[in-house]
Design a protein around this ligand. Structure first.
Ligand code: FAD
Length: 119
């Protein structure tokens, strides 16, 4: 079942002219792994049914959720509206999805192992 959870925006940072970081509440027992995403909508009339996928940019061990979102004003869609929101506004998030999982820096481990062998 795809559960909908309302989460408040706690902090917004403007990273560039068209990219913002959104720190939002993390619902209890909400779990994800690196690289996974969820469908997000804005909890406002007409917008709450407009779901778009965004990837978590924080760790599951943190007490909040974080999304870094680029806006596309020409689309006149969710990302443009997201960039007009303020702290205290609410988003709706859904189940996590995504098969891409972070497996660590495998190349670095390979280099380290080779380097140790050559010492
Ligand atoms: C798994 C996944 C994870 C993602 N994670 C992130 C993330 O972490 N951060 C992030 O920033 N993005 C991420 N994205 C991309 C993000 O989902 C899109 O940028 C977002 O859906 C765009 O939503 P929108 O409503 O602004 O525009 P859209 O839904 O793309 O477009 C809205 C409408 O605008 C019109 N339109 C489309 N293209 C154009 C165009 N070129 N010019 C004019 N009009 C147009 C269409 O009519 C469309 O219906 C991810 C995407 C996927 C699939």
């Amino acid at each position: 079942m795809n559960m909908k959870r309302k989460v408040k925006i706690l902090k917004i940072d403007e990273l560039t002219h068209d990219v913002k970081r959104f720190i939002v509440e993390k619902p209890e027992n909400y779990k994800f792994t690196h690289g996974q995403a969820t469908y997000v909508s804005i909890n406002k009339p007409t917008w709450k049914y407009e779901e778009r996928p965004f990837t978590f940019t924080c760790l599951d061990s943190e007490s909040h959720l974080e999304f870094i979102i680029k806006k596309y004003p020409r689309h006149r869609g969710v990302t443009e509206k997201l960039h007009t929101l303020s702290v205290g506004d609410e988003l709706i998030i859904r189940n996590v999805f995504g098969a891409i999982k972070y497996k660590g820096n495998r190349k670095r481990h390979l280099y380290q192992r080779r380097a140790r062998r050559n010492v």
